[in-house]
Design a protein. Structure first.
Lengths: 448, 448
């Protein structure tokens, strides 16, 4: 039992175990998280809405249930944050937009309801870029407030990194879960497209939108996947990882990032994994343009009615996205979906022999400034294809910002990917944390 | 053994059994079909290309193999016709278009290759409307040459009806398998979208194109499905059919057609099926427009490059389709795919409790004249949704043209649908045939 830690710093798995053992009260855990939010969020701005009273009420109920041995499920008493494009009953959904776009849902999005049904306590809503596109949220990076936390799930990434909450939901259309997770030094995972329902989530582009999970470790993320019935404990895999690394993807990163990912690959190989070089398939050359065509067209289809009324109230980024989408012809969209289908086939064939392909999550650590949420180009292929992907923090750069590696796999291996990511996480042994985390897991980290 | 029949009139199952028993030679069967084609096709024009020499060579090989007990598979020695948008090695693919669009493939489309690998003998290519859209083929209806055989798989429907070949492949994007099958008094079936690969088939609209099968009975169609490994003999279902009938679909047919379908439903109920009324879901109102938007947009995406060069060499129907598609915006296409997704969900939920929904295959029997291939609006919902559907001949109208009923089911019930369609076929007891079929299965038929 990690009694030496403040409750807010517990991993979700440790908190779950402590609650089950009667050693931790859900009320104490929620109070610790709320206190942490009160202390840090004025500077970090990860949260747009914190439901203190509601969270305490839920925590008291979970505590009563825990005392009488009635655990609701794998997340009993665990606080979670929800990106503010998901509907949470009783909390406003703003999508980071102007008031005309706000709603007051009376029902949880199914993904939120799943968490709640399994005992999770919804602390509140985390900041998103406007309509989950590029116009930045006010959130700052917990490792350095002068840097972006990434987007669009800016608040979820920052909140989990800053130990305000052990778990958070986000969404990824291009690189909106893995990029902020990488910039904030936490684990970000999205399963294959459609594996977690996107109902009740403000869409950016239906065929690209994924629900994803932020946590501080792979086992914590697995707790959430269990809730979605995508994983059941047991059935561990006892063979070395078969990994691939794509030089073409490395070449798109800054040299120190590429070197860091290569070092991680060497560490995996040193720990027993097979690591091959993999050449990206021919369709990869067309995939980025195809993904952007799909994203803009679908965003235009969704926003067209409100855009006719409120175009001037859209942020510059999402406005230009919708404008570009409205100009695209159907035939171009169809051809883009054909490129995507070809990439799925070609990449699926290449990756069939591997548990995951390793690449940088982003070309560089979190950029300086809040205006730009960073480069999503290395996350986007897996979003466009709908393949599961995960980012693991892998070290701290000379600048003091975290490094990360991305692992991606074929669509039917949501859990297999997590299994091997868990192994990779152990090899990487990353324990650094931002802010005032105390000696047990703070301090500068040597890159792998 | 139906030794009383000319070989060309045998069902595929009877021919298969006779070949297996050594009572029928594949050469005799092919010769009988070729003779039938020579006798009737100058008037009917079901075939654009008949490979007499190649078919005889294949037949001789199949005969040798049969004699030495080496059967290639379930279609050993069975002649088939292939719609002329499928690639067949060594035969031209014209797609019913002008010479600039013709190709001379050296490889079979995978669907054709499947048939060939299982012993089928490819007799030749059957006429298609231009690019499988509306511009008519020269084919005539075997029941009355003044009437259309339907389209776009005009030749496949007519050839199977006229006993030129027991089985044929066609394709359906809107109503291009079931409509000609209904107009020609044969069985036409398409499984769920993607169940049979469309590679090597000239596309009309990728997300709507289905490979389908023409036969004279459900067991004959099942023979082909076995080849595609969608079905394995055995595992019969021993419970009464649960059928639904949709008054809204009946209302779209001419009164005598609606009455005929209702009579069929009563016959099914009389034979033990449960038959409920079913209300079409809300999204059905938008589905036809959505389907047309999808079709035109995807056709435009495929044809755009050749259209830039050869627009004036396109038939009026496909030209206006491509022109309309080129003008459609991406956002409209995306919204159309959203309507389709909603219909799939809503209809899938409604149909989950039923083995099939019964409806007219077309609003009327085959129209007079060859200029118009008929109304696909009652087939198209199942093509747009990608649900499996089958048409069964159910009687002969006062005009002497066949009546038909359509059965449709949810996507994961390709074979369940065929199973219950086989039961319905027995209840209907349709045995009429066009042309000079002799007393054993000709003669006027009383409508159910």
């Amino acid at each position: 039992m990690p009694g030496s830690k403040d409750p807010f710093a517990l991993s979700a798995v440790d908190a779950r175990d402590a609650i089950r053992a009667g050693a931790l009260s859900p009320v104490a855990l929620v109070d610790a998280c709320l206190a942490r939010i009160r202390a840090l969020d004025p500077a970090l701005q990860a949260w747009i809405h914190v439901d203190e009273a509601g969270a305490r009420t839920q925590a008291a109920l979970r505590e009563e249930e825990a005392k009488s041995g009635k655990l609701r499920g794998g997340l009993h008493g665990i606080p979670v944050g929800i990106k503010d494009i998901f509907d949470v009953a009783g909390m406003p959904t703003t999508a980071g937009a102007k008031p005309w776009a706000h709603t007051r849902p009376t029902q949880d999005a199914p993904s939120v309801q799943f968490l709640r049904n399994k005992g999770a306590i919804i602390l509140g809503k985390t900041h998103t870029t406007q309509f989950a596109y590029r116009d930045p949220a006010p959130t700052r990076n917990p490792w350095n407030p002068e840097h972006t936390p990434g987007g669009s799930s800016s608040g979820s990434g920052a909140a989990v990194a800053a130990r305000m909450v052990p778990l958070a939901l986000g969404s990824q259309t291009g690189g909106s879960v893995l990029r902020p997770a990488a910039y904030c030094g936490v684990v970000g995972y999205k399963p294959a497209h459609g594996a977690i329902p996107t109902d009740g989530v403000v869409p950016l582009a239906w065929s690209l939108d994924h629900v994803g999970v932020f946590g501080r470790s792979v086992p914590d993320v697995l707790l959430v996947l269990e809730v979605f019935a995508l994983w059941h404990p047991g059935g561990a895999i006892h063979r070395p990882a078969r990994l691939a690394i794509a030089p073409e993807l490395l070449a798109r990163a800054e040299p120190d990032v590429a070197a860091q990912v290569q070092a991680a690959a060497r560490a995996f190989a040193g720990a027993g994994a097979a690591v091959d070089e993999l050449k990206m398939p021919p369709s990869f050359a067309e995939l980025a343009d195809a993904g952007q065509a799909i994203l803009e067209s679908e965003a235009a289809a969704y926003h067209e009615p409100s855009f006719a009324k409120y175009a001037d109230q859209y942020g510059a980024g999402i406005r230009s996205c919708v404008e570009a989408g409205l100009k695209r012809p159907a035939a171009a969209y169809v051809r883009a979906t054909r490129v995507r289908a070809r990439f799925r086939t070609e990449m699926g064939r290449l990756l069939a022999s591997y548990d995951a392909v390793i690449s940088p999550t982003a070309p560089a650590p979190a950029p300086r400034g809040l205006e730009w949420t960073g480069d999503a180009s290395l996350c986007a292929p897996w979003s466009t294809a709908g393949f599961p992907s995960i980012t693991l923090p892998s070290g701290v750069a000379a600048s003091g910002l975290p490094h990360a590696v991305q692992l991606s796999a074929v669509p039917d291996r949501n859990i297999m990917l997590l299994h091997f990511a868990g192994w990779c996480e152990q090899v990487l042994g990353f324990t650094a944390a931002p802010l005032d985390m105390g000696p047990h897991d703070a301090g500068p980290q040597t890159p792998v």
